[in-house]
Write a protein that binds this ligand. Structure first.
Ligand code: CA
Length: 526
């Protein structure tokens, strides 16, 4: 029997534990069993953090984490969408094994890293955006937004029931509750705190003072903003996430015409203007698209500033109480996000901006301050990493690897050189076709299998992924090698169903209806 099995057999609840584990459980937080604070946001692209990219914005507290810790430059989501990424983070497994490939209900009875930390004596808490439909499991304390949650006057639920916080702003509320949890956590054992913000998810609603601060700011458009999708037309032509056509009146926070009946109002809010009068100027065409982009960046970055402040407050609190010496602080977000690259907002595609997650870790005494790691890591590795930090055995059925050796500057020789990606939700409200693929350190091969369309990119020569090289004779050998590797990886991660994809009604569905609305479809059903 391994240590893990022993732990799970001897625990009915949190405590007491037997034998060696009881001793371990009552031990105070220490360098061997540090507190873990996992700050996680929704849809925060690495490009919108100055530790990754200085050209767009300034995030002093995220940078403070980076200066005191390590920045991972190549951290990726393996299914670039909120709920699946969260399920993968909790389980250390790909979507096809944790049962959450789309926005369906997470099966909370399965093994997760918070449960294992709880069983090993950690006090565990989940505060903020959960987004997995079922109630959290494996936590001593949880306090979550229902579904996407609200930025203003949010409602939060504990196991006892819901409370509306009138006048509250989501990011501040989560921060206050997170600090309150740390203050009240038992001092004789370490804690895990999942501090999960709703920001900067659509509809990008900033706190009023920050809206005011950003309202006249302008931002440079990205290099690929006017991408015409040549060589990638099949994959991109039906997408519904272009800023030009799909950034809505609601996203732009425009005031609706008075007196619209509710169905017309909903339609108006969901439509994207083709002409707009701003400060007396009539905007059309490219001018209007750039205006939309700028409004998008103002609100998106203002939402992020509130998160950055929150990180600052938590770091200040840790320093004032001396907890910074035995607390690991991690900042990440559930996937990347398009910030106008290829003319897009949103995520889902296997393109770089969508899959690249920020991942910054401060662990005093272990990580050398101000360092960067360039190895390929994914959200499948997070659970294993948190367990390893706490000295808890990593179950064999988890599919990733601990990042702790990388944090210590000792990347194992056999570290991965590529990873597998798969996106299932098709059709969906954003017109993204189902696809899977492999990304290596230099290349990326994507198969949009329902369209029988392949894409191959040389990321060294073409980091913006504008030139699809699939079928180019010069790349025939590489194409063959990558195709073989893709199917080998599929096998390795036990994704044996080549043709599964999922339909799911879009929009807000009551939590108990989610699972029923999901329908798995196989090629034979098409
Ligand atoms: Ca997300």
């Amino acid at each position: 029997m391994n240590k893990l099995q022993k732990v799970s057999l001897c625990t009915a609840g949190l405590l007491p534990l037997a034998g060696a584990n009881a001793q371990q459980a009552s031990a105070q937080p220490s360098p061997e069993r540090p507190n873990v604070i996992f700050i996680f946001t929704d849809d925060h692209a690495a490009n919108a953090i100055s530790a990754y990219n200085k050209a767009l914005t300034h995030t002093p507290n995220m940078d403070r984490l980076a200066q005191n810790g390590m920045v991972f430059d190549n951290c990726f989501a393996t299914n670039s969408i909120s709920t699946p990424s969260r399920a993968t983070v909790l389980t250390g497994k790909y979507s096809h094994l944790n049962g959450t490939p789309v926005f369906n209900e997470f099966d909370g009875s399965q093994q997760t890293f918070p449960k294992l930390l709880q069983q090993a004596g950690y006090t565990t808490a989940m505060i903020g955006k959960w987004h997995l439909t079922s109630d959290p499991t494996g936590f001593d304390h949880w306090d979550i937004f229902p579904g996407q949650g609200l930025y203003y006057d949010p409602i939060m639920y504990t196991a006892e029931g819901g409370t509306r916080y009138k006048g509250g702003y989501a990011t501040n509320l989560v921060t206050d509750k997170a600090i309150e949890f740390i203050e009240n956590a038992p001092k004789d054992r370490p804690f895990l705190l999942m501090c999960h913000h709703k920001a900067p998810h659509r509809p990008f609603q900033p706190r009023p003072d920050l809206r005011e601060k950003y309202k006249d700011m302008t931002f440079p458009i990205p290099e690929t903003f006017w991408d015409d999708y040549a060589t990638r037309e099949a994959a991109l032509k039906d997408n519904k996430m272009t800023i030009a056509d799909w950034f809505t009146n609601n996203d732009l926070k425009l005031t609706p015409p008075p007196g619209l009946p509710s169905d017309s109002l909903a339609k108006w809010l969901a439509s994207s203007p083709k002409m707009l009068v701003v400060d007396g100027d009539t905007l059309r065409g490219r001018e209007l698209i750039q205006y939309k982009y700028n409004r998008y960046m103002q609100d998106y970055l203002a939402c992020i500033e509130a998160v950055d402040e929150s990180i600052g407050q938590i770091l200040d609190y840790l320093e004032q109480t001396g907890l910074d010496k035995n607390t690991v602080v991690i900042y990440s977000s559930d996937q990347g996000f398009f910030l106008g690259e290829h003319g897009l907002f949103d995520k889902r595609y296997m393109y770089e901006e969508s899959i690249r997650m920020p991942f910054i870790v401060m662990w005093k005494g272990v990580i050398q301050p101000g360092t960067r790691n360039h190895d390929l890591v994914t959200n499948v590795d997070f659970a294993e990493t948190f367990l390893d930090m706490a000295g808890v055995d990593i179950p064999e059925d988890m599919q990733g690897r601990s990042l702790v050796p990388l944090m210590k500057g000792k990347t194992p020789k056999d570290w991965r050189k590529d990873f597998y990606y798969r996106y299932y939700h098709d059709p969906n409200e954003h017109g993204t076709p189902a696809h899977y693929g492999v990304r290596t350190e230099r290349y990326k091969l994507i198969y949009f299998w329902r369209l029988d369309h392949w894409e191959l990119f040389d990321l060294k020569k073409d980091p913006n992924e504008l030139v699809n090289l699939y079928g180019n004779p010069k790349y025939a050998k590489i194409q063959k090698r990558l195709t073989e590797r893709l199917y080998a990886l599929k096998k390795e991660v036990k994704d044996e169903d080549q043709f599964a994809y999922y339909t799911l009604k879009s929009g807000i569905v009551p939590r108990d209806k989610y699972a029923k609305d999901m329908k798995v479809v196989h090629r034979n059903d098409m």
